[in-house]
Ligand binder design. Structure first.
Ligand code: XBP
Ligand code: MG
Length: 251
């Protein structure tokens, strides 16, 4: 097979958005709603078991039984709370507080120059993706991606494979014509569930995740002079991940 497209996850893969981004935004929304909830770094790590912000709030309520107002429609109340969280998160992105991970911009530019198509498959809210791309890669960068499959566009979020099916259908490609870049067990279950070979770049929150189904697992994409560490699966050649390394992994 010939590599024709890269399908990127967003949170934890394009950027380390969770600890200093989403988590902070959730806490700001909670404070604004006069809730006494605080998601500290370890607690948030446990909550990452569930993808999707609204789903994560629901899981917290069900598992932790925190104090909450007596509302007639709890789902609608969660949706409003999540809207406030998204507003706080976008404000963080717009202040350029969240950079891309090492090697991500380099690989995206190389893929574009080589005519490799780009796509996004993520659980997060669509606007979070476009604002992250604009704030890191420039105003026109969302247009570099043939499809941004995100958020509630599919009802079943990762680890379900549906968001990858959505991206593949929009690309009009077979899964084995593509390579997915993911960071977590839930992401790998989704990408591999859709049959897309996957490279994992782990991060602090996912370092102990079971990503054994991935083609290859490293700690980062790396840069010249800033080598990746190989963790599991196939070992990419070289010291940083470029298109040649990805093609070698798929060969
Ligand atoms: C990302 C997520 C998202 C974000 C929050 O998972 O789990 O829920 O934490 O985004 P993945 P929203 O990287 O596997 O796509 O609050 O916008 O849902
Ligand atoms: Mg992720």
């Amino acid at each position: 097979m010939t590599l024709q497209a890269l399908i990127f996850d967003v949170d934890g893969t394009l950027a380390d958005t969770e600890r200093d981004g989403h988590r902070v935004a959730f806490n700001r929304a909670f404070a604004e709603a006069e809730l006494d909830w605080v998601w500290d770094v370890p607690t948030y790590g446990e909550l990452l078991a569930v993808t999707g912000g609204k789903e994560r709030i629901r899981y917290f309520i069900d598992r932790w039984a925190p104090s909450l107002p007596d509302v007639a429609d709890q789902d609608a109340w969660i949706a409003e709370l999540h809207k406030a969280k998204t507003r706080h998160y976008l404000a963080l992105l717009e202040r350029h507080e969240i950079p891309l991970r090492t090697g991500v911009a380099r690989l995206i530019h190389e893929a574009r120059a080589a005519g490799i198509r780009l796509a996004i498959a993520t659980t997060t809210t669509p606007e979070n993706v476009t604002v992250l791309l604009r704030s890191t890669l420039g105003e026109d960068s969302p247009g570099w991606f043939d499809v941004i499959s995100a958020g509630d566009i599919v009802p079943a979020k990762k680890p379900a494979p549906d968001i990858f099916h959505h991206a593949l259908e929009a690309l009009g490609l077979a899964p084995t014509d593509c390579l997915a870049l993911e960071d977590s067990a839930n992401g790998v279950r989704a990408s591999i569930g859709a049959g897309v070979p996957t490279l994992v770049t782990l991060n602090d929150y996912t370092r102990d995740d079971d990503v054994g189904a991935a083609l290859s697992v490293v700690d980062q994409l790396g840069e010249p002079g800033q080598p990746f560490t190989h963790i599991a699966g196939r070992r990419p050649p070289g010291e940083f991940i470029d298109l040649a390394a990805l093609r070698a992994l798929l060969a």
